[in-house]
Design a protein around this ligand. Structure first.
Ligand SMILES: Cc1cc2nc3c(=O)[nH]c(=O)nc-3n(C[C@H](O)[C@H](O)[C@H](O)COP(=O)(O)OP(=O)(O)OC[C@H]3O[C@@H](n4cnc5c(N)ncnc54)[C@H](O)[C@@H]3O)c2cc1C
Length: 553
């Protein structure tokens, strides 16, 4: 089934106009008898979705193909920090830390609904890093990049107040600093929505199985649900297959001896809320690693991560008993409440696709990315490594690299652009501070929808931002499970490519955590009954909600 998803452009602040490649596209299409795109992006994790968005905004005809669901792999398995990565200073990764620190406020402003400031407290453990080292590290962290929203670091007295009260009494002094927190899976989905609204076609559950150069084109075969297959041509191929990047080159793109990735599994556990306040803790463990303890989804606490070499099939990383015990033990060294494996209500594991840099310790392998552009024939751009935090910059650099071979004149545009739902100005006026803006928006939405219970309206405000209003346009509809109504399910299906209960419960929302097994089964039954057209070959593209986002600088 052929998809057509060129949707509305910007209503204000349009991105730069397309570079005129239409003639060469049409000619290539006529010659090959295939559908023709400027760029095929393989991989619907954060990097693929970010690159698709950036290139679509520069006027390129983009196809994004993801073999599973958007963000199904590494990009929904992160610690969800938008951070410079204070511990990377110890490895002298100043340029990575500076780049990531600078992105924090750019991302916060672009999506205040799904990204928020987070205050972190690191209790001082005298047997580990000395005070002078912590102070130098935090000074650098405060000053390596400009900050307007996030407060600087400070020393905290843990003998007083709720922050110290959640810790064992032997911790008397700590250091507080700020970073950002993101709903990682929604960040990916919103990039894909933005890409589609700028003309990209987004296919989920379509695998790229074969890609070959034929003159100035890539000829590509995609396989989709129910044995469907599609042949497409593209002037450039982007390999954003994350942990599969090397395997993709070898097995599907016929590139001999590609670079290798170091695959490092990281796992998290979720336990019932361990304390009442909203700060996170950064705990140093005797192996010099750092464990985050983060308030999560209101009723829970998230603890992670581990760093374990991963040797099995890439898509099958699972937390093991040793990792659960390790995380419980490390948290238990600091927190007043002890945690046992029996407390764990959910866990997840992902594989970091790290650039091999000969470091013996997995925690020491660089978290920076590398972009390789191969122009021996039709361009092939491969993304190696990366962090959630740097995805926008990575996507911008990828699009800049492809600009010359594709003849694109439009320049970088994402730095001041909102992600879908991020522009709250119609509700609260010009943006001020992302953290207070979202609160004012949630209050305004609650006022307009007094019929909806406050916790639900706040969840919708945080998940969908200004797009929540369109979701609610025809009312909530029937409740399929507590707090989950037909209107939201329809929105997730039509606008965000949700195709199964897991897509809804564990990625686009985290309602899976809040519902019982029977309630989750009711959602699965509803999805199966209403979305069975997905046995059909192609995933439908979202219908435009009517773009309302402006730019913020
Ligand atoms: C435990 C852990 C914690 C982390 N914490 C943080 C953090 O707090 N902050 C931060 O900034 N970063 C963090 N990261 C790093 C960040 O999550 C990753 O850098 C990022 O998610 C990688 O995204 P990606 O798009 O490259 O890969 P992925 O998200 O894995 O996406 C690649 C996609 O390609 C698809 N694919 C593969 N082959 C094909 C094919 N042939 N056809 C079609 N599709 C294909 C896959 O299905 C997959 O969905 C963490 C990572 C881990 C593992």
């Amino acid at each position: 089934m052929k998809q057509q998803s060129r949707l509305n452009g910007w209503s204000h602040g349009s991105p730069p106009a397309a570079a005129g490649a239409a003639g060469s596209r049409a000619a290539a299409s006529a010659e090959s008898g295939r559908e023709a795109f400027d760029v095929l992006v393989v991989g619907g994790g954060i990097n693929g979705a970010g690159i698709a968005r950036d290139l679509a905004g520069r006027g390129q005809r983009v196809l994004l193909a993801e073999k599973d669901d958007l963000a199904q792999h590494t990009s929904s398995s992160s610690t969800k920090m938008i951070h410079g990565g204070i511990r990377y200073l110890e490895y002298y990764e100043f340029s990575l830390v500076r780049k990531a620190l600078a992105e924090r406020e750019v991302l916060l402003r672009s999506a205040p609904h799904i990204i928020r400031p987070l205050r972190l407290v690191m209790p001082h453990e005298p047997s580990m890093r000395p005070v002078w080292m912590m102070r130098i590290g935090l000074f650098l962290y405060d000053h390596l990049a400009r900050r307007e929203v996030l407060p600087g670091s400070e020393t905290v007295d843990l003998r007083r107040g709720p922050i110290g009260a959640a810790l064992q009494p032997r911790y008397r002094k700590g250091f507080a600093y700020s970073d950002g927190w993101v709903d990682d899976a929604r960040l990916v989905v919103l990039n894909a929505v933005d890409a589609a609204e700028r003309g990209a076609e987004v296919l989920t559950r379509w695998r790229c199985v074969d890609a070959r150069r034929a003159g100035a084109q890539w000829q590509v075969r995609l396989e989709g649900p129910g044995g469907a297959s599609r042949q497409v041509g593209a002037r450039a191929l982007v390999n954003a297959a994350g942990p599969w990047a090397s395997q993709f080159l070898r097995e599907h793109a016929h590139v001999p001896d590609p670079k290798s990735l170091r695959l490092v599994k990281g796992s998290h556990i979720v336990v019932p809320r361990l304390y009442e306040h909203d700060h996170a803790y950064v705990l140093q463990s005797p192996d010099r690693r750092i464990i985050f303890v983060i308030p999560y989804e209101g009723e829970f606490t998230l603890i992670g991560t581990t760093d374990v070499e991963h040797r099995g099939p890439v898509g099958q990383a699972r937390i093991d008993d040793g990792e659960i015990a390790y995380l419980c033990e490390q948290a238990g060294r600091y927190l007043r409440k002890s945690i046992t494996p029996a407390d764990v209500v959910w866990s997840y594991a992902g594989v970091r696709p790290l650039l091999e840099d000969e470091a013996s310790d997995a925690s020491a392998v660089t978290r920076d990315y590398q972009l390789d552009l191969d122009t021996r024939g039709a361009p092939l751009l491969t993304v190696w490594g990366g962090k959630m935090t740097t995805f926008r910059k990575l996507a911008e650099e990828a699009a800049d690299l492809l600009a010359a071979p594709l003849g694109v004149s439009a320049g970088a545009w994402t730095r001041g652009a909102f992600l879908p739902g991020g522009d709250l100005s119609a509700w609260i006026g010009a943006p001020q501070r992302p953290d207070t803006d979202i609160q004012r928006f949630a209050q305004a939405l609650a006022l307009r929808h007094g019929e909806i219970p406050a916790p639900l309206v706040h969840r919708l405000a945080r998940g969908y931002g200004s797009r929540a209003e369109a979701l609610l346009a025809d009312g909530l509809g029937e409740a399929v499970a507590p707090g989950l109504h037909e209107a939201e399910l329809r929105h997730l299906h039509e606008q965000e490519w949700a195709r199964s209960a897991d897509d809804v419960l564990w990625r686009r929302t985290k309602l899976g955590l809040h519902l019982s097994e029977a309630q989750r089964a009711a959602v699965a039954d509803w999805c199966a009954a209403h979305w069975n057209e997905d046995a059909a070959p192609a995933a439908r593209a979202p219908q435009s909600l009517g773009r309302t986002e402006t730019t913020w600088n």
